[in-house]
Write a new protein. Sequence first.
Length: 282
Amino acid sequence: MDSYLLTQNRDQINQQNSIHFLEEGKVLFFPEYFFREVAPDLMTETILDGSRKNISYDPSYKRMSAYKKESGLGSKLTHMMQGYADFSYQLIQATLPSYAPYLRWGRTSFRPAQIDGRLSSKRKDDRRLHVDSFSASPVHGLRILRVFCNINPNEEPRTWNLGEPFPQVLERFASQISPYNMFKARVLKLLKITKTLRSAYDHYMLHLHDKMKLDDGYQAQVQKVQVNFPARSTWIVFTDQVSHAALSGQHLLEQTFYLPVEHMLNPNSSPLRQWQKIRPEV
Ligand code: SIN
Ligand code: FE
């Protein structure tokens, strides 16, 4: 399991190692560092609106979605989400300082629902190994960098599987993916299925995500390792690169950032550059 994680102590961070191993596809793991400003009355699934599984907050516009307005917990929730957004940014400043000036804010997400036993289609099932790609929100080559914190109050770990390295995933699936079609991308945009034009990169990443999740043989046979992130721990990972699956756990905070590849230490390790080697239109 250790070869998948780089364990760091928040008070003694090795920045050189952090950036190097993160970009190589390891998870930066802080076993004893976590976000403390969690109100106990927010730790309930009943705060979710309808069938939604996550509450999402936009730190740029200070807007919250998918929580039950009648709960009366709106301002406490906003406080927690904004606090977690700040916590995440500060952790990146301390750990990966060269990224900090170039990061773009994504959403803050609170996941108060238990994962285990959840029903969903294979494509939407994050219990199956995948790399992240968003069908409606193209990233145009930006890296997806996420900060996770397990805030479970009952000592329940967040259990993940981690799969094979990105070059191997690509090697296995790239040739099965049909070429990008700009006309189709324009139609998707026109129909508002995507928020902006789906780029060639987004097309290939989304199909990679789907191919991985839909392949039962792959899911069963690929080499993987189970990792338990304990309650009150934090981890940082490029989820567009690292094969991951969330098997069980409840009560998680997550902050998404986007990073242009040119601000990486080694842009060649990015999925974008790896796709460009095999598909010239990316
Ligand atoms: C995922 O990004 O696939 C889910 C992670 C989690 O909720 O633990
Ligand atoms: Fe994911």
